[in-house]
Design a protein around this ligand. Structure first.
Ligand code: ADP
Ligand code: ASP
Ligand code: MG
Length: 449
């Protein structure tokens, strides 16, 4: 029997009905580990709770706490959960309130407290889903596993890096011979534990990543990502009506899509799957009979243009200095600064005396990064851009490619172009209010053509 790790996102956990549907799929697939996200919108609520409590606004904090209680109690009631789970849920909600009170009292929310606050979403939904699955699958023992006992990370709160060897060791110790046992473990996505025993998070949307990390740790045969769309599409279906589901795609192309903005997968989801060559399936928990997408090392077709992705909230940082002329080691110093501050660069181009890089807008608050960059040269920052990426194959070898692309967007002011670094990606930086239009035009001209 195949060892399957399945992950269900927020909308698939969003109501008792959605949980029941997800439970039917888990049983049908015979999944041994089921990773769940918080119920839709809950992580946002927990973030808001921490922020209003920190500001001293207890009235708003109470309102959010009330909403969280209502939401989870309602699902619990509709699922007719046991008193054991009912008590466990009450305990978690009380802990959420205690933490909020602590933050309110101190008027301070440390990164560690913030991660702990966000962890309550997945901890609550996993308790509820354990009940839903136990009801659906009486032939199996269904257990709720605290993923923090398995998924080990470093202590970078908010964006922790998994420690894979330790995670594998924990998985062997805690899950044992998972292949042979008639046990299904329901567990939390998004969260982990650092060496000091504190709760960490993997970054927003991180449950996909948790699933493939656990898949790697237990040597899974398949990782399944069940979401609210029928697999990976040629572009975000919310952005462009002509989007079509992709049936098969390579790891490399899907990874480019994820890194360059296709929210359907967390950017690092495919790294563990690629390391172990584990096929990843993406399907809709609302329409499980639809075909979905398979992501594998190799697939039959290799179209030049497979998909278009949009990455919003980009800031353009330009570093200029005559010191770059005829010197070596300059780029390494620049990247050293980004590495030291753990800020990732999305796209980059260089000239003789300047480097232009795009980073996420949220990184602009990182004053120390810019202080250190200014030591190396003159820094200018421009905001309000989106990166539109065309993802496909052999893009660095195709004659006439640029004409096709720019022909479709000839009247658009393109601020930066990146081609050549990857044969799977061609991206253009455009003003944010033109992003969706550029996606549509490129999709219509190059993918629907
Ligand atoms: P989940 O809560 O299940 O993790 P997400 O909201 O994180 O779901 O991801 C699913 C969403 O990703 C879809 O509803 C869709 O709008 C968006 N999306 C962006 N790009 C794509 C794409 N290329 N294919 C499919 N969905 C995409
Ligand atoms: N609940 C987390 C979030 O909203 C993780 C996830 O959904 O993957 O970001
Ligand atoms: Mg997601």
């Amino acid at each position: 029997m195949k060892l399957i790790v399945s992950k269900f996102g927020g909308t698939s956990m969003g109501s008792a009905e959605a949980m029941r549907r997800s439970a039917v799929i888990s049983k049908r697939q015979g999944a041994k580990i089921i990773v769940v996200s918080a119920t839709s919108g809950t992580t946002n609520k927990l973030i808001e709770l921490a922020r209003v409590a920190e500001k001293g606004d207890w009235e708003s904090s109470e309102k959010i706490l009330f909403e969280l209680r209502e939401r989870h109690f309602t699902i619990g009631k509709e699922l007719s959960i046991t008193t054991y789970t009912q008590t466990a849920i009450e305990d978690l909600l009380n802990n959420t309130e205690t933490l909020a009170r602590g933050i309110h009292l101190m008027r301070e929310c440390s990164p560690r407290a913030f991660d702990r606050m966000q962890s309550f979403g997945e901890r609550l939904s996993s308790l509820l889903f354990t009940e839903a699955l136990a009801q659906e699958w009486p032939e199996f023992q269904v257990k709720c596993l605290d993923v923090r006992t398995v998924l080990a990370t470093d202590s970078i709160y908010g964006k922790a890096t998994p420690l894979i060897e330790k995670t594998k060791e924990n998985a062997t110790k805690i899950l044992g011979k998972i292949r042979e046992q008639k046990i299904a473990y329901v567990t939390q996505g998004f969260i982990g534990m650092d060496p000091q025993g504190h709760t960490t998070t993997l970054g927003r949307g991180g449950s996909d990543y948790s699933a493939s990390l656990l898949g790697e740790a237990v040597g899974a045969d398949i990782v399944e990502i069940w979401t609210d769309v029928d697999g990976i599409a040629t572009t975000d279906p919310r952005l462009h009506k002509g989007a079509r589901a992709i049936r098969d795609i390579t790891f490399k192309e899907a990874a480019e899509m994820a890194v360059f903005g296709a929210k359907v997968l967390h950017p690092t989801t495919l790294t563990p799957a690629m390391r172990q060559d584990i096929p990843v399936f993406v399907g809709s928990s609302f329409e499980p009979e639809k075909a979905g997408t398979w992501i594998r090392k190799e697939v039959q077709d290799a179209p030049t243009f497979r998909a278009v992705a949009l990455k919003k909230d980009q800031a353009l940082v330009t570093l200029s200095t005559p010191k770059m002329l005829n010197t070596h080691g300059f780029l390494s110093r620049v990247f050293g600064v980004f590495e030291q501050h753990r800020v990732s660069v999305d796209a980059i181009t260089t000239s003789e005396i300047s480097i232009a890089m795009t980073i996420d807008r949220s990184m602009l608050d990182h004053q120390e990064l810019f202080t250190d960059l200014r030591e190396l040269g003159e820094v200018t920052i421009e905001e309000g851009f989106s990166l539109v990426s065309l993802i496909g194959n052999s893009m660095n070898h195709k004659p006439g490619l640029a004409v096709k692309i720019f022909g479709a967007i000839e009247d658009v002011n393109v601020r930066m172009i990146c081609l050549g670094a990857s044969k799977h990606n061609f991206c253009v930086l455009v003003h944010e209010n033109q992003g969706p239009e550029v996606v549509s035009r490129l999709h219509t001209a190059l993918i629907e053509a």
